[in-house]
Design a protein around this ligand. Structure first.
Ligand code: SF4
Length: 221
């Protein structure tokens, strides 16, 4: 758990959790994740590949990748060149090939080839930070976690759910605002909402169901 700093201010949104959820569910009654996967292992791999790359591009190469590398053992025992060959159309493929190999070695050696379902063990894996760990918990295990990616950061600030740029503080502010039972939903929905509606440039405020409660000064109305 992240410790609370002395200087931190707690944001006070002028709406309730229920008011926000009601509006967000109009956009995303059943939120999804754009990355395609079938198992926790596959989600771990595609999430590592998706850093600074589009989900679309990762989805294009992942079926072939998983035919060649169906489990952590096959990646751990492959050469770097074999892994690179399979992902060479992906940004930073050399670095990611090494991360995948290192990560799968740890999975094999310490976790019996199984992706752990808790954040403390997930963040021990090379290439897995708190954000990736939360993505895996929420989407592969349906376990409560708060995903703070670039979209969630932006949306949270615009809505006044946080006044910080620090991912750990943002995570704490969101965890304080939303009940734990809603963390899975909110983690999925805020990513989509930021990606497709409350976009970095020209947010779609005219079609946004949250515009009546959103305090953002530069709304695109
Ligand atoms: S009104 Fe605009 S800025 Fe506010 S949440 Fe909606 S899209 Fe984002």
């Amino acid at each position: 758990m992240v410790k609370k700093g002395k200087q931190e201010k707690t944001p006070k949104p002028n709406f309730t959790e229920d008011e926000l959820l009601l509006r967000l569910k109009k956009h995303y009654p059943e939120p999804w994740i754009d990355l395609k996967f079938e198992t926790p292992f596959q989600l771990l791999v595609v999430t590592i590949l998706a850093a600074q790359e589009t989900d679309k591009k990762v989805n294009e190469i992942s079926p072939r990748f998983f035919k060649i590398f169906p489990d952590p053992y096959s990646i751990a025992s492959a050469t770097l060149e074999e892994i690179e060959e399979c992902i060479k159309s992906i940004n930073y493929y050399r670095r990611k090939a090494k991360l995948l190999k290192d990560c799968c070695k740890v999975l094999v050696e310490k976790f019996n080839g199984e992706v752990p379902d808790n954040i403390d063990d997930l963040v021990k894996l090379p290439g897995v930070g708190r954000k990736t760990a939360s993505v895996i918990l929420v989407n592969a295990f349906n376990k409560p976690a708060i995903v703070v990616d670039t979209h969630v950061k932006r949306v949270s600030k615009r809505l006044g759910l946080t006044n910080s740029d620090n991912p750990e503080k943002i995570e704490r502010d969101l965890a304080n605002f939303f009940s734990k039972e809603n963390w899975v939903y909110i983690s999925k929905a805020l990513v989509l909402f930021g990606r497709y509606i409350c976009t970095a440039r020209k947010p779609k405020c005219k079609e946004c169901h949250l515009s009546d409660i959103c305090p953002y000064e530069n709304k695109n109305l």
